[in-house]
Design a binder for this molecule. Structure first.
Ligand code: TUI
Length: 308
């Protein structure tokens, strides 16, 4: 399937694997890239030496293009912005902020820059700053989210910019891919479906929660801290949500409780203290499969629906 995104990046399928903090490492990213999509290593807030090693490992595992996601609220963002240049990483995606101050250096080094945007205003600013494309991410996504939905945000961003738009949030099968193209997107970014990829290195409890989730099992916590986050509904996230609602947890106490909670979910499968981030589409995911199968099935279905 050829789109402006496959042409821009030299990939076979216009699909990015979301740069999920603590989750998206070299094994998953290389599997997605080898399958013809764009695998992405998450910077998160990991130490820079670890990320260098992950980037180098990914280069050993695939000779296809891959990307690194820089979470701009992270203390390592500046260092990682330099590392991607040193390591000649072909594509950078960014999240949780405005990457404007890094743009010139990345462009000069020939890095393709594709920021996540939760609004039309930021998409327009990113285009002016030289972004190669933008990822319009709806509130259906897992993790740190904006307010607008994929269905509403994507066509408005498509109308506002000339650069290609990638749709994200709530996409997990060929219907979501086809719908994204109907909205004017040139590609999709998929996170939650890849949580249940065989190559995804998260704790088995995390995968089980995703596979068993039903439509109503995602919950947004932390709106009052300014960092809303979508997770699997568990005893822990229900406690956070009720503490936020009834005022029994102050925003500071909330931040204290959630500090390190993603790591506890990913590495320990800790149901008491872990935040199992996931998108609202988790209810549709029923099986763990290799990344290649996920991608091939998604695009076979999308192409059939689109009549090509
Ligand atoms: O970044 C994400 N998803 C994430 S990051 C993350 S780790 C984390 N942990 C604790 C608190 C916060 C994050 C887990 N999930 N998605 C991309 C995304 N970017 N969603 C929303 C945004 C965004 C928000 C505001 C992008 C730009 C932005 O700009 C504001 C500005 O400066 O104009």
């Amino acid at each position: 399937m050829k789109t402006q995104i496959t042409q821009l990046l030299g990939i076979q399928y216009p699909i990015f694997q979301g740069g999920m903090a603590w989750i998206a490492e070299s094994t998953l990213a290389a599997a997605v890239s080898n399958a013809g999509g764009l695998g992405i290593i998450a910077g998160g807030s990991a130490p820079i030496d670890y990320l260098r090693e992950q980037i180098r490992r990914c280069k050993e595992l695939t000779n296809k293009p891959f990307g690194v996601n820089i979470m701009l609220m992270s203390p390592n963002a500046e260092e990682l912005a330099k590392l991607v240049i040193e390591e000649k990483v072909p594509v950078v995606t960014t999240g949780a902020g405005n990457p404007g101050k890094y743009m010139a250096a990345w462009k000069e080094a020939g890095v393709k820059v594709i920021p996540v945007v939760p609004s039309v205003a930021l998409a327009v600013r990113m285009e002016r700053a030289g972004a190669d494309a933008v990822i319009a991410e709806g509130t259906e996504s897992g993790g740190h989210i904006g307010e607008n939905t994929t269905m509403c945000l994507v066509p408005q961003v498509v109308d506002a910019v000339e650069i290609p738009v990638i749709a994200a949030g709530g996409i997990a099968d060929g219907r979501g891919v086809a719908a994204s193209f109907m909205l004017g997107a040139q590609g999709v970014q998929v996170g939650t479906r890849f949580l249940a990829a065989q190559e995804c290195q998260i704790h088995p409890t995390y995968k089980e929660l995703v596979v068993k989730a039903k439509d109503t099992d995602s919950i947004v916590t932390g709106r009052y801290t300014g960092h809303p986050c979508r997770n699997v509904r568990t005893k822990f996230t229900k406690k956070l949500a009720s503490g936020e609602k009834d005022g029994s947890l102050t925003p500071d106490e909330f931040e204290q409780l959630t500090l390190g909670s993603l790591r506890k979910a990913v590495q320990e499968g800790n149901l008491e203290e872990g935040s199992f981030l996931c998108g609202a589409i988790a209810g549709m995911i029923k099986e763990v499969k290799p990344a290649k199968e996920i991608i091939e099935e998604m695009f076979a279905q999308a192409e059939k629906l689109l009549g090509k």
